[in-house]
Design a protein around this ligand. Sequence first.
Ligand SMILES: [Zn+2]
Length: 62
Amino acid sequence: MFANHCTACDQTMLIFPSQVTGMARIEGVTAMTYTCWCGSEQLWHDGLTAGATEPATAATVA
Ligand SMILES: [Zn+2]
């Protein structure tokens, strides 16, 4: 369970494991995708931004 700021509903929400839709470990950085309470797909990672939200823009999704 972790807290993350959603870029869609602009709120910091607690995210539970049941909301996580994907996880990957790339070059030492753990990244997770999850579905926010508002229904938006969001990205969390523990990289250089220390867990800050990186918006899943069209560029990164495509
Ligand atoms: Zn949200």
